[in-house]
Design a protein around this ligand. Structure first.
Ligand code: ADP
Length: 273
């Protein structure tokens, strides 16, 4: 969508002129729509548990008053709904915090081998509870990126958590580091591989959209908010990194973060100054 903008003026003592500029508003419009979709989705996601809470409160004050067994059961459901709202709000705040930081690239030199060791330690219990083992073979050489340690741990914790929740079996989760060259430039890939159910190809490109879930009921029952991968994507953008998802139904998925390696990132930074 192209809109013309007319600029008029007079040169100093010279003839009058006007300039016709064109502005393409397609991108702006799309961003506006995305923002309003997001607000609508977020409101809907919050309203659902809230409506259920109100319903239960009214039932407890009315028809179920004095019914001890119903009271216990309803309070249990109400607690779960309130927790759900709390998780959603945490995730929404997390997203907006990251978006605010987006333009300031992190600058600490972080060895991804250490990040993976931390993630394995933090997620071991959850994996075990799901019958999975987290494997990481620490390479000899360091894998350095410019980053923020907490954010990187959050990215990979989240990916390992998804592998535990959705991959369903497969025995193990592999944490993999490798150096790759793309378009003549060098990158570091840090991947989380599961050997579980996999994801149908039509869903893959949409996974990082806010609130997108392959199976809403399963995500809800597993305490998902539909914001996890969108947070991961934004944290990675903050690191000038990309999320690459490959998956095969019945064989499993790999969620890879592709980082510019630290000296390339340094070059990018100094060329922008
Ligand atoms: P949620 O809060 O629902 O976990 P995410 O953004 O983290 O949201 O993930 C979006 C959806 O992607 C999930 O609901 C799930 O259907 C699917 N998904 C994510 N990771 C995996 C995986 N490792 N294997 C299969 N499906 C996955």
């Amino acid at each position: 969508e192209i809109t013309p903008i007319r600029v008029e003026g007079t040169g100093a003592g010279g003839p009058a002129f006007f300039l016709l500029l064109f502005r393409d508003r397609t991108v702006e419009r799309r961003l506006e729509r995305m923002r309003s979709d997001f607000v609508a989705n977020a409101s809907h996601e919050l309203r659902t548990p809230l409506a259920s809470l109100i319903g239960f409160i009214e039932t407890l004050q009315g028809p179920a008053r004095g019914d001890e067994a119903a009271r216990e059961r309803f309070l249990g459901i109400m607690r779960e709904q309130a927790r759900r709202m709390s998780r959603l709000i945490d995730d929404l705040l997390s997203l907006s915090r990251i978006e605010m930081k987006r333009h300031v690239a992190p600058s600490a030199r972080i060895d991804l081998r250490d990040v993976f060791e931390d993630v394995r330690g933090e997620m071991e219990l959850m994996a075990e509870e799901n019958g999975l083992e987290i494997r990481f073979e620490r390479p000899e050489e360091p894998f350095i990126v410019l980053g923020e340690e907490d954010e990187l741990i959050q990215v990979f914790n989240n990916l390992v958590e998804n592998a535990c929740k959705y991959a369903g079996g497969g025995g193990r989760i592999d944490l993999e580091l490798s150096a790759v060259t793309e378009g003549g430039r060098r990158f570091v890939d840090a991947g989380v591989r599961d050997h579980g159910a996999g994801i149908a190809p039509e869903h893959v490109p949409r996974l990082t959209e806010r609130f997108y879930r392959v199976d809403v009921a399963s995500s809800r029952s597993k305490r998902g908010t539909g914001l996890g991968l969108s947070i991961v994507r934004n944290l990675l953008l903050h690191h000038r990194a990309r999320l690459i998802i490959t998956s095969e139904l019945g064989r499993g998925s790999v969620f890879r973060a592709r980082f510019p390696i630290a000296d390339t990132a340094d070059e990018v930074k100094s060329s922008q100054q």
